[in-house]
Structures are given as structure tokens and as C-alpha cells.
Design a protein around this ligand. Sequence first.
Ligand SMILES: *Cc1c(COP(=O)(O)O)cnc(C)c1O
Length: 363
Amino acid sequence: MSEKTIYNFNAGPAVLPREVMLKAQAEFANFHGIGYGLMEESHRSPVFEEVLAKTEKNVRDLLGVDDSYSVLFLQGGASLQFAMIPMNLALPGKPMLYANTGYWAGRAIAEAKLFGDVKLVYDGKPTNYSHIGDCSDWQFDQDASYAYLCSNNTIYGSQYRSFPDTGKLPLIADMSSDIMSRPVNMSKFSMIVAGAQKNLGPSGVTLVIMKKDLVARTPEKTPTMLKYSTHIDNNSMYNTPPTFGIYMLGLVTDWIKDQGGLEGMKSLNTHKSQTVYECIDHSGGYYRGTVDAADRSQMNITFRLGTEELENKFLKEAKARGFIGLKGHRAVGGVRASVYNAMPYAGVSALVDFMHEFQSKNG
Ligand SMILES: *Cc1c(COP(=O)(O)O)cnc(C)c1O
């Protein structure tokens, strides 16, 4: 192969497993011998229905999702979920409880405010979102509509180590950037939403897993496409679903199963993130992590160098060496290495070699 090795640290859309890309390529124009591509096939055909059923089964198997939940494949990104959640699930006169741990939690809060009263169970703004801490002492008023959190803060680089106990109150999580990166106790959650483009596939499909009984809350005059019940009643096929995204999500979840499932992902992700954080912590302050050590993300590793000038030099040289997508989000600056499931250990190891080399030349 004459291609130069590229390690893709993009935050999203992001790296996909190489094997999955090659498989999709191989069967793109002739799917399983039918003589044409799956993307040319009706979503109502047995061929596509099999893909959908397989993909749903993978999601249920990997996350341990039982029949009391529906698994939906929707469009509009996690961003549409920010509105659909309060639109469908806010109870009249009962506040919605949110944990404000960063940019995407903030977007969700702004949408919820359009539908009722929002109360914050935690606000990370005063610490510039560098901290989540022990959430076991957060207060969840049992007379609220629901509780909401964002499990991994893609932009600031923090992640929950454990999740709060919300009692009878339904807990809803945006897991867009760490879904299937580690095992999760499904019974804690009434609902999980995740845009696919970080850990599950391409952009254009959003995975929604929700307790079926929640739909009883939806106000009658909610537009058809914005009602969860519409998608549940029609198995995500009320209208044309995002067939390519669902197909790719099926291949990615096949791949995750082959890697040892979520336990396999967890050990790989722990190993990868520890390698980078150790490099940061042993650099004598040359590289500085931006999040409290206990709350650091295993998916998005954020750090700074001494000056912006040095950061720009780092990013430029990294790019020339094939490490792409390392620029931090404009809201935080600095460097962000997104090391989702599909990032191989070799990519992280090569990055750390480069970090050592850069420090010794520019220290
Ligand atoms: C990327 C991201 C989003 C936004 O997803 P869209 O598909 O662009 O709407 C929301 N939440 C989290 C945690 C994200 O990482």
C-alpha cells in the first residue's frame, strides 16, 4: 500500500473501523449478491428489513436492552433530541432536571427551556466545565418530569465515571460521544440517545433507546414526526429511514462484537486514554490537561501547551506527520485527541511518540 498512514483524531464525524470501511466498499455496488446496492433498495424490502433487524439485535445484545425499551433509528441528530425529549416528556408544572456539564448539555438545556421549567442539579460553568465530581450527592426532586445528563462532554473532555441514582425519576442520557465505549447498566436509564457519527457510524442516523411506557406523556398535538410513538409504532419506518446509516451501524456493531463487546471496548479505551494521559502527566507541565484527573474522558483528550503559538506549531507538525483532527474546539482551544472505539492503539502510541519528540525539540 502506497498510502501514507493517517491517524484520524476527528471529533465527529470520526474514525471508523478500517475493516468496516473495506467491507462497505466491497459490497457497496452489489449487496450480498443481489446485483445492485443496498442504497438502491426499498426500505420496505426483506433485504433491508433484515439489515434493520440485525442492527437492532446488535444494539440490544451489546447494551443489554430488554423488551420494555424500543430501539429507534431517527434523523435530525442528537440536536433534534434536545427538543423532542422535553416536547414529549415534560409533565405539566413539573420541572425538568438537567446537569450542565458542558457545551452539548447546554444546548439541551436551552431547548428544554422552551417547554417548561429547568432546574440544574449541577452546574459546571463556574469551573469552566473542568469538573463533574461525585454525582451521588446531587439532589433529584422526585416530583420532577425527568433527569437529564450528557455522559461524555465531547468538547471539554470530561466524562462521568459513574451515574447518579435518580430514584423513580426517569434518567435520560445523551451518550453521543461515548456510547458502546464501555459497559453500561441499562436499568439505570429510561432513555439513551446518541448521534452515530462518533462511535457508531456515519452522520445521519441517531440511535434512540427508550422505555416504551414514556410515550404516554406525549401531548396530543405534537407533530407526527416529532412524536416518539410514531416511530415506535412503525419500527422506525413511518417515513424513509436513514438506510445507509443503519447499515453502517450494523457493520460497526458487528465489529464491536468481534472485539469482545463492550468489555473489549472498555479495556482498549482505558489502555489508549491512559497512555496519552500518562504522557501529559509525565511531561513536567509541558502538556497540561484541562479537566480534573478523576473526570477525564476516555474518548476526547483535551490539553494545552504553554502558548497558543506553540499549540499551532504542534498542530501543524502533527498534521504533516499524518495525525489529523487534533485542533481543539473553538470554545476551548488547545489540542483535543478524540480516541473513539475505532482508533487503534497504534494510533495513540504513534501520537505519544510524536508528543515526546515535539517536547524534546521545543522544550
Ligand atoms: C456531537 C454531539 C452532539 C451533536 O450531534 P448532532 O448529530 O450534530 O446533532 C450532541 N451531543 C454530544 C454529546 C455530541 O458529542
